[in-house]
Each structure stands twice: as C-alpha cells, then as structure tokens.
Design a protein around this ligand. Structure first.
Ligand code: C2O
Ligand code: CU
Ligand code: CU
Length: 438
C-alpha cells in the first residue's frame, strides 16, 4: 500500500485465518490475511487513514513503532482498546521533517502483546523520503525482510509456551522470513542489494551474518547513519531494524544469510539448560540465500548519507533499573525501578521540548531491549564508555549487568505514552512504564 497524492488510505482487518506458512497450513493472526502484514509506504507530510476492523476473538489496537506522530487521539495511542467486532479509523499526518526510514506496526494492548505478535500480527511501515533519493540507494535493488518465529503444532494450530519460556520470552521453532523458510533473493543488475530487516519476533534475538561477506549498515531503526559502516554481524533485538547494503563480487555466487547463536541470559538460579534462550544452543542456521549473478562491476556505495549531530546537553537525568522479582501486588513480575506496570500510575513525567538523559541499569540475569515510544534517542555511553556512533534509535539493548545512558529529545507531541522492554512477555509481565509528556 502506497500513498497517493499525499494520502495513504486502506482497510485493515485483524482476523485469525488459515494461511500457508513455510509450506504448511497454519491458523495465524493476520492483518488482511497476510503474513507478514501488508507493507505500508508513505512520505513525510502524507496523511494516513486506516479503517481498522478487529475481527480477532479478543481486544486489540495498533501501535506505529518508531514513527514520530501524535501520541493521543486516533493516532499512535496505545491506550485505545478496540473490542472484538469493533472498528476504528486511525488518522494522522507524518510530519514534513520526519526522517526517512524503516518503521513497523503491531498490536499493543498490554497483556496481549506477546501473544498477538507471536500469532503473526506485524508489518512494515516505510517512510520514503530524501535519504532514499541518494543515487546509489535509488539504484540499489531493495528487499524487505520481516523476521518472525512461530510455534505451530501438527494440526496447524498455534501452540502456547510453557510458563518457563514466558519468563524467558516465548520463542518459536519455526523461523520465517516474510512467511517463508530460507527464501532466495535473486540479485543481478548493479550488484548492490539493500536489505531492510525487521525483527518482528516477540522475544527472539537474531545475530545475523553473511557468509564470507560484510554488511554495510546505512540505518539503525528508523534513522540513517552519517555514512555506511562495514559490519561483520548484526545483532537485532525484538523491535529493532537495520538497513544494510550488500555488494556483489566479481563473480556469481550464493551468499547465505546466517543466524548465529546468541546468549541472552537465563533464569540462572533455577538452573537447567532448558530454561535458556533457544538461541543459546542453536547451531547457525541459514535464514535466506542471496543468489548473485555477476553482470557488471558492482555499483559503488554511497559515501555520505545524512548528517547527524550530537544532541545538546540534557536538562534532566533519570535512572531506570531493570530486573525481575516478586511484587506484592502481582507475584513474580518484570520490574522497572522495583515496580511492575500499573495502568493507573504516571511513572515518568517529562517536559515537552526538553532533553533528558536516561540511565538504564540492568541488574538482572537476562538481556532487556529497552524501547521508548514517539521519540528517537542517541546512545551516550555503555558502562561509562562513550559511544562514538551518533545513530538515532528507538530500541536499545541493555545487556545483563550493563548500564546504558541514552539521550532523548521530547519533541512536538505531548501526551501519555509508554516505554518498555521489547521482549514482549517481559512487557506483558510488567516491564513497562507510563510516560507523560507535557
Ligand atoms: Cu514495538 Cu511499544 O512497541
Ligand atoms: Cu514502539
Ligand atoms: Cu526484558
């Protein structure tokens, strides 16, 4: 779906359907019957109007992850609740100065987020803007990779995770890219491939590598870097995106996109290997294959992308401790500053048009990717070591034992929204806070 004359308009229906997934019939939660959901594309300045119908058996809503748009009304408002059988029209405008980038949409009703994403509800939302006019990027072959994992039984039914894996965050044994297992991507003319990659899994981390080749990263989350950076591996936590270029060699060949093991921690004190993240014990697996046919010498990489400047000094510094533990109100929960999420409390109040530093301190035994709605931020330091890459992000990995300092400009939009861990079982089990911007 693309915008036309400044308007992106579409019907979107959430419904459980039997679809083909990885060559099997599976009953999944879909938007418009598609896995992944339809890709939406708009430009800065465009209006967006989505006629949404909830035909799931439970309430839901839609969050526009990473977009800098209003947080109230029928826009990026995670406090809306659309009952089963009901409709809602989402309507907002993408600001004229909005960055070009890879964003996405998914349900965000607290308590049901992990389940609904694990059912399949996630799609890309591309903002195509001036960074896409860079000649080398315009000429590159563009592909979109939505990474999702599923747990399906022999009857094609979605299966529930055991309690233990809910603490770790549910992971499925079936890893699909765009709903397919190990799809191939044919690359020929020009020899320059642009991959926009989204981790739409509720809990699974992906550590991506291209056999014998590098990635040239051009964007983190929804924001361009200042120049391409050569990376051997890309770690993508749930919620994160990466935009990378791949250059073909002087001869034809096959490049495998691999997922390497990654240990995101475990409920250590209870012991046992079965409680670890599955990534921990997995062998590298091939997620997709690039079939490259040499034609002409590969096009050059762009030398310059976008200028990013360091954010000014903050007016306020806050600390957020991430851990799990017992909460008198709810029992075992995931906590921020010792508290589980409470719908009725404003956990953090900030002033509109100010800049804040947040120190994210993970005192637990599992990694937590921390996400803030509405405003992208820069990483200032990790464990006190200054971060040199001036990238803007909306989700940052805070590893167990780590302290990450981020700088957030609260711009343009007042209202109530949230920050949370993007391992969505952690979010549903309490690791979220309400943020009031006034
Ligand atoms: Cu992608 Cu609040 O989430
Ligand atoms: Cu989000
Ligand atoms: Cu977490």
């Amino acid at each position: 779906y693309q915008s036309n004359d400044g308007l992106l308009e579409l019907d979107l229906e959430a419904r459980e359907r039997i679809v083909e997934l990885a060559g099997r019939q599976a009953s999944l939660l879909t938007y418009n019957g598609q896995i992944p959901a339809p890709r939406l594309e708009a430009k800065p300045g465009d209006k967006v109007r989505i006629y949404f119908t909830n035909n799931l058996q439970q309430p839901t809503n839609i969050h526009y992850h990473g977009l800098h748009i209003p947080l109230t009304g029928n826009a990026d408002n995670v406090f809306l609740e659309i009952e089963s059988g009901k409709k809602l029209t989402y309507e907002f405008q993408i600001p004229n100065n909005h960055p070009s980038g890879t964003f996405w949409y998914h349900p965000h009703l607290h308590g049901l987020v992990a389940e609904q994403l694990f059912g399949g509800l996630a799609g890309l939302f591309i903002v195509r803007g001036k960074d896409d006019e860079i000649p080398e990027l315009k000429a590159a072959q563009e592909e979109f990779l939505v990474l999702q994992d599923f747990s399906i039984n022999a009857d094609g039914k979605r299966t529930n995770s055991a309690h233990m894996s809910l603490m770790m965050g549910r992971e499925g044994e079936l890893i699909a890219i765009n709903g397919r297992i190990n799809p191939s991507i044919a690359l020929s003319k020009g020899g320059l491939l642009r991959l926009r990659i989204l981790n739409a899994s509720p809990s699974r981390f992906y550590r991506l590598a291209l056999e014998d080749h590098s990635f040239y990263q051009i964007a983190t989350d929804g924001n361009s870097l200042s120049e391409p950076i050569e990376v051997a591996q890309l770690l993508l936590t749930p919620g994160q995106r990466a935009d990378v270029l791949i250059r073909g060699d002087k001869e034809s060949g096959q490049y495998s996109l691999l997922n390497l093991p990654y240990d995101r921690g475990s409920m250590g004190m209870m012991g046992g290997r079965g409680m670890m993240g599955r990534n921990n014990r997995d062998e590298p697996i091939t997620l997709a294959t690039v079939n490259y046919e040499y034609a002409v010498e590969s096009m050059a990489l762009p030398s310059k992308l976008n200028s990013i400047s360091a954010l000014p000094e903050p007016q306020t510094v806050r600390r957020f401790e991430l851990n799990h533990g017992m909460s008198p109100a709810v029992g075992m929960a995931f906590l921020i500053n010792g508290e589980p999420y409470n719908h009725d409390v404003i956990h953090t109040q900030v002033k509109l048009n100010t800049i804040e530093d947040w120190e994210l301190i993970n005192t637990g035994v599992m990694d937590h990717p921390f996400h803030i709605h509405g405003n992208a931020f820069q990483i200032i330091s990790r464990n006190g070591q200054p971060e040199s890459l001036l990238a803007l992000r909306d989700t940052v990995l805070v590893k167990r034992g780590e302290t990450v300092r981020i700088r957030i400009p609260f711009r343009d939009f007042a209202g109530k929204t949230v920050y949370h861990c993007h391992v969505l079982d952690h979010e549903d089990l309490g690791m979220m806070g309400n943020l009031m911007i006034e």
